[in-house]
Design a protein around this ligand. Structure first.
Ligand SMILES: Cc1cc2nc3c(=O)[nH]c(=O)nc-3n(C[C@H](O)[C@H](O)[C@H](O)COP(=O)(O)O)c2cc1C
Length: 347
Protein backbone atom coordinates (compact mmCIF):
# COMPACT_ATOMS: atom_id res chain seq x y z
CA UNK A 1 0.00 0.00 0.00
CA UNK A 2 2.86 2.40 0.88
CA UNK A 3 4.44 1.73 -2.51
CA UNK A 4 1.22 2.57 -4.38
CA UNK A 5 0.76 5.65 -2.24
CA UNK A 6 4.25 6.91 -3.15
CA UNK A 7 3.56 6.39 -6.85
CA UNK A 8 0.22 8.21 -6.52
CA UNK A 9 1.85 11.12 -4.67
CA UNK A 10 4.39 11.66 -7.43
CA UNK A 11 1.84 11.55 -10.25
CA UNK A 12 -0.71 13.72 -8.48
CA UNK A 13 1.86 16.24 -7.16
CA UNK A 14 3.18 16.88 -10.65
CA UNK A 15 -0.25 17.76 -12.06
CA UNK A 16 -1.57 19.65 -9.02
CA UNK A 17 -0.94 23.40 -8.94
CA UNK A 18 0.58 25.01 -5.85
CA UNK A 19 -1.80 26.48 -3.30
CA UNK A 20 -4.70 27.35 -3.32
CA UNK A 21 -3.28 29.86 -0.81
CA UNK A 22 -0.18 31.85 -1.66
CA UNK A 23 3.15 31.33 0.09
CA UNK A 24 2.92 34.98 1.20
CA UNK A 25 6.25 35.95 -0.34
CA UNK A 26 4.54 38.41 -2.72
CA UNK A 27 4.04 40.57 0.39
CA UNK A 28 7.78 40.98 0.87
CA UNK A 29 10.12 43.34 -0.99
CA UNK A 30 13.89 43.70 -1.15
CA UNK A 31 15.32 47.10 -2.02
CA UNK A 32 17.34 47.86 -5.16
CA UNK A 33 20.74 49.38 -4.39
CA UNK A 34 22.13 51.35 -7.33
CA UNK A 35 25.71 51.60 -6.02
CA UNK A 36 26.49 48.14 -4.62
CA UNK A 37 30.30 48.34 -5.13
CA UNK A 38 30.44 44.61 -5.93
CA UNK A 39 31.34 42.42 -8.90
CA UNK A 40 29.25 39.33 -9.54
CA UNK A 41 32.29 37.19 -8.82
CA UNK A 42 32.50 38.72 -5.31
CA UNK A 43 29.22 37.07 -4.34
CA UNK A 44 29.75 34.15 -2.00
CA UNK A 45 26.73 31.95 -1.27
CA UNK A 46 28.56 29.28 0.75
CA UNK A 47 27.16 28.34 4.12
CA UNK A 48 27.68 25.81 6.91
CA UNK A 49 25.10 23.12 7.43
CA UNK A 50 25.23 19.93 9.49
CA UNK A 51 28.96 20.27 10.08
CA UNK A 52 29.92 20.62 6.39
CA UNK A 53 30.28 23.43 3.90
CA UNK A 54 27.69 23.97 1.16
CA UNK A 55 28.24 25.88 -2.10
CA UNK A 56 24.70 27.25 -2.04
CA UNK A 57 22.07 27.60 0.71
CA UNK A 58 19.76 25.25 -1.13
CA UNK A 59 18.23 21.90 -0.21
CA UNK A 60 16.59 19.47 -2.61
CA UNK A 61 13.89 18.53 -0.17
CA UNK A 62 12.43 15.12 0.71
CA UNK A 63 10.41 13.57 -2.11
CA UNK A 64 10.73 9.87 -2.53
CA UNK A 65 12.42 6.48 -2.45
CA UNK A 66 11.20 2.88 -2.67
CA UNK A 67 10.26 1.74 -6.16
CA UNK A 68 11.92 1.90 -9.58
CA UNK A 69 10.54 5.33 -10.45
CA UNK A 70 11.68 6.66 -7.07
CA UNK A 71 15.15 5.24 -7.77
CA UNK A 72 15.34 7.18 -11.04
CA UNK A 73 14.14 10.41 -9.41
CA UNK A 74 16.67 10.12 -6.58
CA UNK A 75 19.37 9.19 -9.07
CA UNK A 76 18.77 12.34 -11.15
CA UNK A 77 18.33 14.73 -8.23
CA UNK A 78 21.41 13.48 -6.40
CA UNK A 79 23.61 13.91 -9.49
CA UNK A 80 22.54 17.56 -9.58
CA UNK A 81 23.04 17.95 -5.81
CA UNK A 82 26.61 16.71 -6.28
CA UNK A 83 27.20 18.88 -9.38
CA UNK A 84 26.08 22.15 -7.77
CA UNK A 85 27.00 21.48 -4.14
CA UNK A 86 23.44 21.40 -2.78
CA UNK A 87 22.12 19.50 0.23
CA UNK A 88 19.52 16.80 -0.38
CA UNK A 89 16.98 14.86 1.68
CA UNK A 90 15.52 11.51 0.71
CA UNK A 91 11.81 10.73 1.07
CA UNK A 92 10.41 8.81 4.01
CA UNK A 93 12.48 5.65 4.51
CA UNK A 94 9.98 3.57 6.51
CA UNK A 95 9.21 1.51 3.42
CA UNK A 96 12.87 0.41 3.12
CA UNK A 97 13.35 -0.12 6.84
CA UNK A 98 10.57 -2.73 6.57
CA UNK A 99 11.75 -4.10 3.19
CA UNK A 100 15.57 -4.02 2.85
CA UNK A 101 15.25 -4.88 -0.87
CA UNK A 102 14.18 -1.24 -1.47
CA UNK A 103 17.24 0.37 0.11
CA UNK A 104 19.15 1.05 -3.12
CA UNK A 105 16.54 3.61 -4.15
CA UNK A 106 17.56 5.70 -1.11
CA UNK A 107 21.20 4.69 -0.96
CA UNK A 108 21.78 5.97 -4.52
CA UNK A 109 21.62 9.51 -3.10
CA UNK A 110 24.69 8.86 -0.97
CA UNK A 111 26.48 6.75 -3.58
CA UNK A 112 26.24 9.60 -6.13
CA UNK A 113 27.38 12.18 -3.62
CA UNK A 114 29.78 10.59 -1.12
CA UNK A 115 31.00 13.90 0.35
CA UNK A 116 27.67 15.75 0.11
CA UNK A 117 25.18 16.73 2.78
CA UNK A 118 22.44 14.12 2.81
CA UNK A 119 19.47 13.96 5.17
CA UNK A 120 17.53 10.88 6.22
CA UNK A 121 13.76 11.16 6.60
CA UNK A 122 11.13 9.43 8.74
CA UNK A 123 7.90 10.46 10.40
CA UNK A 124 8.13 12.16 13.81
CA UNK A 125 5.93 9.25 14.89
CA UNK A 126 8.58 6.62 14.06
CA UNK A 127 10.27 4.55 16.73
CA UNK A 128 13.78 5.42 17.87
CA UNK A 129 15.04 2.23 16.17
CA UNK A 130 13.47 3.22 12.83
CA UNK A 131 14.95 6.70 13.06
CA UNK A 132 18.45 5.39 13.74
CA UNK A 133 18.14 2.79 10.97
CA UNK A 134 17.18 5.53 8.49
CA UNK A 135 20.34 7.48 9.34
CA UNK A 136 22.57 4.40 9.00
CA UNK A 137 20.96 3.36 5.69
CA UNK A 138 22.37 6.38 3.84
CA UNK A 139 25.19 7.52 6.18
CA UNK A 140 23.15 10.66 6.72
CA UNK A 141 24.54 13.94 8.01
CA UNK A 142 21.18 14.85 9.56
CA UNK A 143 17.75 13.36 10.18
CA UNK A 144 14.54 15.04 9.08
CA UNK A 145 11.55 14.15 11.25
CA UNK A 146 8.46 15.06 9.28
CA UNK A 147 5.32 16.44 10.90
CA UNK A 148 2.31 15.88 8.65
CA UNK A 149 -0.78 15.65 10.85
CA UNK A 150 -3.16 17.35 8.37
CA UNK A 151 -2.02 14.93 5.65
CA UNK A 152 -2.58 11.90 7.90
CA UNK A 153 -6.06 13.15 8.78
CA UNK A 154 -6.81 13.76 5.09
CA UNK A 155 -5.84 10.18 4.17
CA UNK A 156 -8.51 7.56 4.59
CA UNK A 157 -5.80 5.13 5.73
CA UNK A 158 -3.88 7.78 7.73
CA UNK A 159 -2.99 7.94 11.43
CA UNK A 160 -5.52 9.22 13.92
CA UNK A 161 -3.45 9.03 17.10
CA UNK A 162 -0.87 11.68 17.86
CA UNK A 163 -0.49 11.60 21.64
CA UNK A 164 3.06 11.05 22.81
CA UNK A 165 4.58 12.69 19.73
CA UNK A 166 6.65 15.17 21.72
CA UNK A 167 8.17 12.56 24.00
CA UNK A 168 8.95 10.45 20.93
CA UNK A 169 10.75 13.35 19.25
CA UNK A 170 12.70 13.97 22.43
CA UNK A 171 13.75 10.32 22.59
CA UNK A 172 14.84 10.30 18.94
CA UNK A 173 16.76 13.59 19.33
CA UNK A 174 18.67 12.32 22.34
CA UNK A 175 19.48 8.91 20.77
CA UNK A 176 20.46 10.17 17.31
CA UNK A 177 24.17 10.64 16.47
CA UNK A 178 23.44 13.35 13.88
CA UNK A 179 21.40 16.58 14.24
CA UNK A 180 17.63 16.18 14.04
CA UNK A 181 15.62 18.57 11.89
CA UNK A 182 11.93 19.11 12.60
CA UNK A 183 10.26 19.40 9.20
CA UNK A 184 6.73 20.42 8.28
CA UNK A 185 5.49 19.26 4.88
CA UNK A 186 3.45 22.25 3.69
CA UNK A 187 1.34 23.29 6.67
CA UNK A 188 3.94 25.44 8.46
CA UNK A 189 5.33 25.53 11.97
CA UNK A 190 3.77 28.07 14.33
CA UNK A 191 5.71 29.97 16.95
CA UNK A 192 4.10 27.76 19.65
CA UNK A 193 5.20 24.54 17.92
CA UNK A 194 8.74 25.87 17.52
CA UNK A 195 8.97 26.69 21.24
CA UNK A 196 7.63 23.25 22.19
CA UNK A 197 9.97 21.35 19.87
CA UNK A 198 12.93 23.47 20.83
CA UNK A 199 12.29 22.42 24.42
CA UNK A 200 12.50 18.82 23.21
CA UNK A 201 16.03 19.40 21.91
CA UNK A 202 15.35 20.43 18.29
CA UNK A 203 17.60 23.23 17.07
CA UNK A 204 17.00 23.03 13.30
CA UNK A 205 13.60 23.68 11.74
CA UNK A 206 12.41 23.28 8.17
CA UNK A 207 9.28 25.40 8.40
CA UNK A 208 7.51 23.79 5.39
CA UNK A 209 4.84 26.46 5.04
CA UNK A 210 1.75 26.44 2.85
CA UNK A 211 1.53 27.86 -0.66
CA UNK A 212 3.34 25.10 -2.51
CA UNK A 213 2.73 21.34 -2.63
CA UNK A 214 -0.47 20.74 -0.70
CA UNK A 215 -1.00 17.28 0.72
CA UNK A 216 -4.64 17.92 1.57
CA UNK A 217 -5.27 18.71 -2.11
CA UNK A 218 -3.14 15.73 -3.17
CA UNK A 219 -4.92 13.32 -0.82
CA UNK A 220 -8.30 14.63 -2.02
CA UNK A 221 -7.42 13.17 -5.42
CA UNK A 222 -6.66 9.79 -3.83
CA UNK A 223 -10.16 9.58 -2.37
CA UNK A 224 -9.60 11.61 0.80
CA UNK A 225 -12.62 13.54 1.97
CA UNK A 226 -10.91 16.70 3.17
CA UNK A 227 -10.80 18.93 0.10
CA UNK A 228 -12.86 21.70 1.69
CA UNK A 229 -10.03 22.09 4.23
CA UNK A 230 -7.35 22.56 1.59
CA UNK A 231 -6.71 26.18 2.57
CA UNK A 232 -5.32 24.88 5.86
CA UNK A 233 -1.80 25.84 6.87
CA UNK A 234 0.47 28.73 7.73
CA UNK A 235 1.85 30.40 4.59
CA UNK A 236 5.61 30.11 4.22
CA UNK A 237 6.37 33.83 4.73
CA UNK A 238 4.33 33.89 7.93
CA UNK A 239 5.65 30.62 9.35
CA UNK A 240 9.17 31.89 8.69
CA UNK A 241 8.38 35.19 10.43
CA UNK A 242 6.91 33.35 13.43
CA UNK A 243 9.92 31.03 13.66
CA UNK A 244 12.73 33.57 13.36
CA UNK A 245 11.04 35.95 15.76
CA UNK A 246 11.03 33.40 18.60
CA UNK A 247 14.48 34.77 19.44
CA UNK A 248 15.71 31.19 19.92
CA UNK A 249 19.14 30.20 18.65
CA UNK A 250 18.00 28.03 15.73
CA UNK A 251 19.06 27.09 12.24
CA UNK A 252 16.05 27.76 10.02
CA UNK A 253 15.22 26.34 6.60
CA UNK A 254 12.49 28.11 4.63
CA UNK A 255 10.41 25.89 2.39
CA UNK A 256 6.93 25.51 0.98
CA UNK A 257 6.14 26.79 -2.48
CA UNK A 258 9.55 28.28 -3.23
CA UNK A 259 9.73 28.66 -7.01
CA UNK A 260 12.22 31.43 -7.78
CA UNK A 261 15.58 32.90 -6.85
CA UNK A 262 13.82 36.09 -5.74
CA UNK A 263 11.60 34.14 -3.31
CA UNK A 264 14.72 32.39 -2.04
CA UNK A 265 16.49 35.69 -1.42
CA UNK A 266 13.44 37.12 0.39
CA UNK A 267 13.39 34.10 2.74
CA UNK A 268 17.08 34.51 3.52
CA UNK A 269 16.62 38.23 4.12
CA UNK A 270 13.84 37.39 6.56
CA UNK A 271 16.21 35.16 8.53
CA UNK A 272 16.28 31.74 6.88
CA UNK A 273 19.72 30.13 6.74
CA UNK A 274 18.80 27.86 3.85
CA UNK A 275 15.89 27.28 1.50
CA UNK A 276 14.32 23.94 0.51
CA UNK A 277 12.45 23.04 -2.67
CA UNK A 278 10.56 19.87 -3.56
CA UNK A 279 7.55 20.33 -5.86
CA UNK A 280 9.16 22.91 -8.15
CA UNK A 281 12.14 20.63 -8.88
CA UNK A 282 10.03 17.50 -9.20
CA UNK A 283 7.73 19.13 -11.76
CA UNK A 284 10.63 20.30 -13.95
CA UNK A 285 12.34 16.91 -13.70
CA UNK A 286 9.29 14.85 -14.62
CA UNK A 287 7.78 17.22 -17.18
CA UNK A 288 10.98 18.33 -18.96
CA UNK A 289 13.76 15.92 -17.97
CA UNK A 290 17.06 16.03 -16.10
CA UNK A 291 18.83 18.22 -18.64
CA UNK A 292 16.16 20.92 -18.29
CA UNK A 293 16.39 20.78 -14.52
CA UNK A 294 20.16 21.11 -14.76
CA UNK A 295 19.78 24.24 -16.94
CA UNK A 296 17.08 25.60 -14.66
CA UNK A 297 19.28 25.21 -11.57
CA UNK A 298 22.22 26.85 -13.33
CA UNK A 299 20.07 29.89 -14.15
CA UNK A 300 18.47 29.88 -10.71
CA UNK A 301 21.87 30.04 -8.98
CA UNK A 302 23.02 32.84 -11.31
CA UNK A 303 19.87 34.80 -10.49
CA UNK A 304 20.35 34.26 -6.76
CA UNK A 305 23.85 35.71 -6.97
CA UNK A 306 22.54 38.59 -9.10
CA UNK A 307 19.87 39.41 -6.52
CA UNK A 308 22.46 39.50 -3.74
CA UNK A 309 24.49 41.92 -5.83
CA UNK A 310 21.42 44.10 -6.53
CA UNK A 311 20.76 44.36 -2.77
CA UNK A 312 24.41 45.22 -2.15
CA UNK A 313 25.02 41.97 -0.23
CA UNK A 314 28.27 40.08 -0.65
CA UNK A 315 27.13 36.99 1.22
CA UNK A 316 24.29 35.40 3.17
CA UNK A 317 25.18 37.20 6.35
CA UNK A 318 24.87 40.58 4.62
CA UNK A 319 21.60 39.60 2.90
CA UNK A 320 20.19 38.72 6.33
CA UNK A 321 20.87 42.32 7.40
CA UNK A 322 19.29 43.98 4.34
CA UNK A 323 16.07 45.92 4.72
CA UNK A 324 13.04 43.82 3.82
CA UNK A 325 9.65 45.46 3.52
CA UNK A 326 6.73 43.33 4.69
CA UNK A 327 3.25 44.35 3.57
CA UNK A 328 -0.26 43.00 3.10
CA UNK A 329 -1.64 39.92 4.81
CA UNK A 330 1.79 38.78 5.97
CA UNK A 331 2.38 42.05 7.82
CA UNK A 332 -1.16 42.01 9.21
CA UNK A 333 -0.80 38.45 10.51
CA UNK A 334 2.62 39.10 12.07
CA UNK A 335 1.38 42.30 13.72
CA UNK A 336 -1.67 40.48 15.06
CA UNK A 337 0.71 38.01 16.67
CA UNK A 338 2.65 40.84 18.34
CA UNK A 339 5.61 40.65 15.94
CA UNK A 340 7.07 44.04 14.98
CA UNK A 341 7.63 43.99 11.20
CA UNK A 342 9.70 47.18 11.30
CA UNK A 343 12.62 45.13 12.64
CA UNK A 344 13.04 43.89 9.06
CA UNK A 345 12.34 47.16 7.21
CA UNK A 346 14.29 49.58 9.42
CA UNK A 347 17.67 47.90 9.54
C1 LIG B 1 5.61 13.86 -4.28
C2 LIG B 1 6.07 14.36 -2.95
C3 LIG B 1 6.47 13.45 -1.98
C4 LIG B 1 6.91 13.90 -0.74
N1 LIG B 1 7.35 12.99 0.19
C5 LIG B 1 7.85 13.43 1.36
C6 LIG B 1 8.40 12.53 2.31
O1 LIG B 1 8.46 11.32 2.09
N2 LIG B 1 8.88 13.03 3.48
C7 LIG B 1 8.83 14.37 3.76
O2 LIG B 1 9.28 14.82 4.82
N3 LIG B 1 8.30 15.25 2.89
C8 LIG B 1 7.83 14.82 1.70
N4 LIG B 1 7.33 15.71 0.80
C9 LIG B 1 7.18 17.13 1.21
C10 LIG B 1 8.30 18.03 0.73
O3 LIG B 1 9.54 17.64 1.22
C11 LIG B 1 8.02 19.49 1.14
O4 LIG B 1 8.07 19.61 2.53
C12 LIG B 1 6.66 19.98 0.69
O5 LIG B 1 6.34 19.44 -0.58
C13 LIG B 1 6.58 21.49 0.58
O6 LIG B 1 7.57 21.99 -0.28
P1 LIG B 1 7.30 22.35 -1.83
O7 LIG B 1 6.16 23.29 -1.85
O8 LIG B 1 8.60 22.91 -2.29
O9 LIG B 1 6.99 21.08 -2.52
C14 LIG B 1 6.92 15.29 -0.45
C15 LIG B 1 6.54 16.19 -1.45
C16 LIG B 1 6.13 15.76 -2.68
C17 LIG B 1 5.73 16.77 -3.71
Amino acid sequence: MRDQRKTDHIHIAVKTPDGPCSNGLQDMFLINQSVPELDLEDIDLTCDFLGKNLEYPLIINAITGGNEQAYRINQGLSLLAAKYGLAMAVGSQTIAIRDPGLRDSFRVVRDNNPEGIIMANVSANSTVEEALAAVDMIDADGLQLHFNIPQELAMTEGDRRFRGLLENVQNIASACRVPVIAKEVGFGFSRESVFILSGAGIKTFDIGGSGGSNFIAIEAQRGGNFSDVNEWGIPTAISLGETVSTGLDLQVIASGGIRTALETAKCIAMGADLVGMAGTLLKILLQNGLHSLDEWLDKFLFKLKAILLMTGSKNIDELQKCPLIITGNTAAWLKARGIDVSKWSLR
